[in-house]
Design a protein around this ligand. Structure first.
Ligand code: AMP
Length: 220
């Protein structure tokens, strides 16, 4: 199944993508994770992207589309994938349609995690991410059992450079102006499933699995 998770930064896309990945054995494709790795490795792409990310701005479409083209052609995406944080602009959505068309694939479902801005800042500023497996925690709402250590793999937790109030506010502006309009596009295509992302994490996961089971049934 080819799944797209849609929603503002901090809506829970990455957290839920990990659960889906574990249950269905299809990979999470997070453009944010790929970019952070490129920045950490100091690749030319990372050097170019770094400045935009620190500023809470979107990285240019050309870079992002190139990343997705390469990643979706990899062997592990053959059975399906979970898009997390892509597409974020109209040209990205168009490029995705074209790419999937070339590959003879399509998106089966778009799941939108709806969370109001007032909740987002709180969520993002308390977020802690594992340096090793990328799992997310929250200092207050979903703390790791041992402070600073990932429950899943024992890796060290860190705070993303762009997870501060000032940058999150800018990321939300980008989200509302560039990404939110895509909602209507996927709704028109009858792919959109909406969930209240403010419910507890386990409840959101349960509802996502319900949607995916239903889609699986419809497919077979
Ligand atoms: P994320 O981890 O999805 O919150 O992404 C972190 C940052 O990476 C964003 O604020 C952007 O600067 C950049 N980024 C990630 N995905 C995209 C995308 N699809 N288009 C443009 N910029 C992106």
């Amino acid at each position: 199944m080819n799944i797209m998770l849609f929603g503002a930064p901090g809506a829970g896309k990455g957290t839920q993508a990990k659960f889906i990945e574990e249950k269905y054995g299809i990979p999470q494709v997070s453009t944010g994770d790929i970019l952070r790795k490129a920045v950490a490795d100091g690749t030319p792409m990372g050097l170019e992207a770094k400045h935009y990310m620190r500023e809470g701005k979107l990285v240019p479409d050309g870079i992002i589309i190139g990343i997705i083209r390469d990643r979706l052609s990899e062997e592990d995406c053959r059975k399906g994938f979970i898009l997390d944080g892509f597409p974020r602009t109209e040209p990205q959505a168009r490029a995705l349609d074209q790419l999937l068309g070339e590959m003879g694939k399509k998106i089966d479902v778009v799941i939108s995690l709806n969370v109001p801005d007032s909740t987002i800042v709180d969520r993002v500023t308390g977020r802690r991410v594992c340096t090793s497996c990328g799992a997310s925690f929250h200092t207050e709402y979903a703390p790791s059992k041992k402070e600073g250590i990932c429950d899943l793999c024992g890796g060290e937790l860190f705070t993303r450079k762009d997870d501060n109030e000032e940058t999150v506010t800018k990321r939300l502006v980008e989200y509302h102006s560039q990404t939110a309009p895509l909602f209507d596009y996927y709704k028109k295509e009858k792919l959109m499933e909406e969930l209240d992302g403010t419910q507890g994490m386990t409840e959101v996961t349960r509802k996502i699995f319900e949607i995916l089971e239903q889609k699986n049934k419809e497919k077979s």
